[in-house]
Write a protein that binds this ligand. Structure first.
Ligand code: AHR
Length: 503
């Protein structure tokens, strides 16, 4: 097998516009995401509201357009009213989802303040586990109505004169999962989601709604769940959600890195199912996809089982990410870009401490995990139009996947900036992959940057004592030859960002 790959892209062969919201993330009231993550009043870098400035800085570095809140499993037992009003009067509650105590020091208004400071928007979830349409219509009235009603005037009395105008709302979370508080059958959820969606849009017709899809590709009810839920909700919702986490439990990195092919299949099946319902309804509207939980998650599983229940903000789901995790995160980002025509929102789960690109020590430092980098590169350079990638690559067979291309890649054209950016992973663990890039109708161009994330140790991670062990460098060798052909060598097991300036 010859280790050589090629990729052709053409200006006129496009997949779709990137909706910047695919670079979203997630903050749940879980572990140290809120308390000790975005919020820690006693920290030397806390601002007047208790938000950590060092964490804010790292969040801003990612240019995150939307952040899902307040859960996750947490939302299915949450009374949103517990998080409003004077902080000193707020009640502590048991959180049955994560078996902790929720102090309610941060709630809707504080989170919206944090969003404004972080230059991001909220994707708010309502509780369809223990609650339903009634609580959902109240929270939207509190958040989005100007004034002159009980809930909107209450918001004003809490010091928020202007409505928050939250545009994007999730109708519950993972309602198909037996672990969920108030889990439902597809028909039960479909009916509840439909009726909740109706009243929420009656309060504010400008909002967009996300119905819960399956909690993962491996759920026994997938994809029947999506079909039934959308048959009930088609006229009232705009998106269907997808959630997927991967791990390298078998210590088989070639198989681990192939898992984004499962994500491709997941996305394509949900699109087909949504389109099937559209056809059945004789509908005009396309239901788009919100991949609102995705990541690697498995490192912390054992430690989490040992945590004593009923404490405040214990270190839950604190995966320490290594180099190979960053490669899979890169492949997953490419998977979503390849369906930019239908994946319109996505949330890397989560943002701080809890399976997150940003880690903190209580009272101490904040630093970047390995997965921070591919996520940041895609968010900063992956805006524009995705081009159809015609790829020729050598392939391998892994335990669960056949014909896995060593090259995983996609190209994004940013017309405004006259730039094309190629995101590429070489899945080969031992050999470099020479790549030939043909930009066809784009004509002449120049390589402005070839960023590489690589490491001799697939298990190398960034920790509090070695915060920069894995970090990208600008030393890639992409170059244009005299015939205008672009050549690059992708190092073994590497993530690459090749930035091209068009003439
Ligand atoms: O992101 C962590 C958890 O994973 C979320 O609370 C839940 O929705 C999913 O199972």
């Amino acid at each position: 097998m010859s280790m050589k790959a090629s990729m052709i892209v053409d200006k006129d062969f496009t997949i779709g516009e990137v909706d910047s919201r695919i670079y979203g993330s997630f903050i749940e009231h879980l572990g140290r995401a809120v308390y000790g993550g975005i919020y820690e009043p006693g920290h030397p870098q806390a601002d007047e509201q208790g938000f950590r400035a060092d964490v804010m800085e790292l969040v801003k570095g990612l240019d995150v357009p939307i952040v899902r809140y307040p859960g996750g499993n947490f939302v299915s037992g949450y009374n949103w009213e517990d998080g409003i009003g004077p902080i000193e009067e707020r009640k502590k509650r048991l959180d049955l989802a994560w078996r902790t105590i929720e102090p309610n020091l941060v709630g809707l208004n504080e989170f919206m303040d944090w969003c404004r400071k972080a230059n991001t928007e909220a994707m708010m979830a309502v509780n369809l586990g223990t609650r339903g349409a009634d609580a959902a219509r109240d929270i939207i009235e509190y958040s989005n109505i100007k004034g002159g009603t009980y809930w909107s005037d209450l918001r004003i009395s809490h010091g928020y004169q202007a409505p928050h105008n939250i545009k994007t709302w999730c109708l519950g979370n993972e309602m198909d999962g037996p672990w969920q508080i108030g889990a439902k059958t597809a028909a039960e959820y479909g009916r509840t989601a439909c009726e909740t969606a109706k009243v929420m849009k009656w309060v504010d017709p400008s909002i967009e709604l996300v119905a819960c899809g399956s909690s993962s590709l491996t759920m026994a009810t997938f994809p029947e769940w999506e079909a039934t839920v959308l048959e009930h909700t088609y006229n009232h919702v705009d998106y269907i959600s997808l959630h997927q986490y991967y791990g390298n439990r078998d210590k088989d990195t070639s198989n681990f890195l192939a898992q984004s092919m499962g994500m491709d299949r997941f996305i394509n099946t949900v699109i087909s199912t949504a389109d099937y319902v559209q056809a059945k309804k004789r509908g005009k509207k396309k239901i788009n996809l919100s991949f609102d939980e995705w990541n690697v998650w498995y490192h912390s599983n054992d430690a989490d089982r040992k945590i004593e229940p009923w404490s405040i903000a214990p270190p839950q789901l604190e995966d320490i990410y290594n180099h190979e995790d960053a490669l899979l995160v890169g492949c997953m980002l490419i998977s979503m870009l390849k369906r930019a025509d239908r994946v319109k929102m996505a949330c890397l789960a989560q943002l701080v401490n809890v399976i997150a690109p940003i880690m903190t020590a209580n009272g101490g430092a904040a630093w970047k995990q390995t997965i921070y980098y591919p996520y940041m590169h895609a968010s900063l350079f992956g805006r524009g139009t995705v081009l159809v990638p015609l790829i020729k690559s050598p392939k391998y067979d892994a335990k669960d996947y056949t014909d896995v291309p060593y090259l995983e890649a996609v190209a994004v054209h940013n017309e405004e900036k006259s730039e094309v950016t190629i995101f590429a992973v070489n899945r080969h663990l031992a050999e470099a992959l020479p790549l030939e890039l043909d930009l066809r109708s784009f004509g002449a161009c120049q390589v402005t940057q070839h960023i590489v994330l690589e490491s001799d140790d697939l298990k190398a991670a960034n920790t509090i004592d070695a915060q920069d062990r894995v970090k990208p460098h600008n030393g890639g060798n992409a170059a244009v030859d005299s015939n205008g052909q672009i050549h690059a060598t992708l190092g073994k097991a590497s993530w690459n960002v090749i930035r091209l300036k068009l003439a």
